[in-house]
Each structure stands twice: as structure tokens, then as C-alpha cells.
Design a protein around this ligand. Sequence first.
Ligand SMILES: Nc1ncnc2c1ncn2[C@@H]1O[C@H](COP(=O)(O)OP(=O)(O)OP(=O)(O)O)[C@@H](O)[C@H]1O
Length: 244
Amino acid sequence: MAHQMAAEPVLSVRDISKTFTLHLQGAQVMPVLHRLSFDVPRGSCVVLGGESGAGKSTVMKMVYGSYGTDSGKILLSHADGVLDLAAAQPRQVLAARRGTMGYVSQFLRAVPRVPALEVVAEPLRERGVSASQAQQQAVDMLARLSIPQRLWSLPPATFSGGEQQRVNIARGFIAPYPLLLLDEPTASLDARNREVVIELMRERLAQGVGMLAIFHDAQVRHAVADAVVDVQAAASVAAGSVSA
Ligand SMILES: Nc1ncnc2c1ncn2[C@@H]1O[C@H](COP(=O)(O)OP(=O)(O)OP(=O)(O)O)[C@@H](O)[C@H]1O
């Protein structure tokens, strides 16, 4: 795919490893990843591949800073410099989330009582966009994702699974983040909305946004993936290193 490329990747993951310690099971140690490395160039979509349990979501959570990293570097181009997320302070991780990396998970973690329109506009407001401009863009995004207008002023807690997911996508795609982390963004969507999301992803890729994604849907993967990273390989070495 002829996406715009720049020399420096927006994300560079270098030799990351992760082991979970299961405290409820006598501190049993469970290695998940061993020295996984990959880059996410600007304007390209890198998909995490591998079987269920290989560690795809774990990699995503390490990049977003929700899970710690045992060793290795997670280098993010952020604020005219490079931030190693694996060694960053919590406030630096929060700044990176606000300014540089957006996250679209399968489920919306909605704040109670906040209307859908506000939920979607919030990432723009956090970036200093005026209330009226943020609201207008949120309206455009909700309409594009076929959320009925009668729902815009309601909190998404009672929306259907697919509606919540579309609010989540609207929120994730509204701000111009240089890096998007996508964890099964189309899992509960119908074919028409899946097409809208594919179109949104292609637009952002053409604008130079880098994406790190988990897609189980082969059609979505085929439509936007530039490369697949085999998490399985790092997972098998991790598992093997225990029995060795
Ligand atoms: N917080 C945690 N504590 C302990 N073990 C965990 C934790 N998170 C993940 N794991 C384990 O790490 C392994 C990898 O899980 P992960 O969710 O990353 O896999 P995945 O490749 O995303 O799987 P799937 O495709 O099924 O979503 C699994 O064996 C899982 O049980």
C-alpha cells in the first residue's frame, strides 16, 4: 500500500519482554513475551498476529502504558522528541495519551451521565479545541457512524453493544493523534458500519497516522494491514525459556 512514509517510525518497540506473576497461585511465573521488536511507520497499519493467548492484547496494553514492561524499550515520537514508554513516569504516559496516542478498545468505558456528544468531543476539548468546534466535529463523526440523533444527548451506558462501539470509534478517531492503537474496533459492527470504519482508517493512514491493531476479522485486516507482527514467535520463546 502506498501510504505516506517518513524515515522515523512513530512507534519503535525494541526487545520487549513480559512475565506475569500469578500471586493467587503461589507466585507462579508465567512468561508471555520474549524480546519482541517491531516498528510502526507513519502512515502504515501494523497488525499484531498470533493465536489466542499469544500476548497481542498484552503488547497493546504495554504500549498504552497500562502494563509495565520487564525489559526493552517502547519508543514513541512525542512532543518533538522520543519518549520511552517502558521507562516513562505516569505523568509522561498521560501526556502521551492526551497528545499522541489514541486507543480504541472493544468496549466503551463510559463515564456515567456524560452525553454521547460530550464523550466524543472530549479528546478535542483536551487538546484545546473550542467547545463549539469540538461539538461540530463530534456531530459529524456521530452522523458518519450512523448513531441516531435522538441518542446524541444521552449517556451511552444504555446504548446497544454496536452503538457503544461506534461511540468509542468516534471518540478514538476524532482527534489527530499521530498513533492509534486499535483493539478489535469492528468486533460487533454490521457490514455497513465496518465499511465506514475501514474508510476512516484509510483516511487517517493517508494523513500519515500510524496504527497498531488487533483485527480478528480477515476482511478488515486485508483492507488496511501493511504488515503483520507474529507475537506467537516471541510467545513461544518465552514459554520455552521456562522449561529450558
Ligand atoms: N493481568 C494479567 N495477569 C496474568 N496473566 C495475564 C494478564 N493479562 C494477560 N495474561 C495472560 O497472558 C497471556 C496473553 O494474554 P493476551 O490477552 O495478551 O492474549 P491475546 O493474544 O490478546 O489473546 P486473544 O486473541 O484471545 O485476545 C494469556 O495467557 C493471559 O492469560
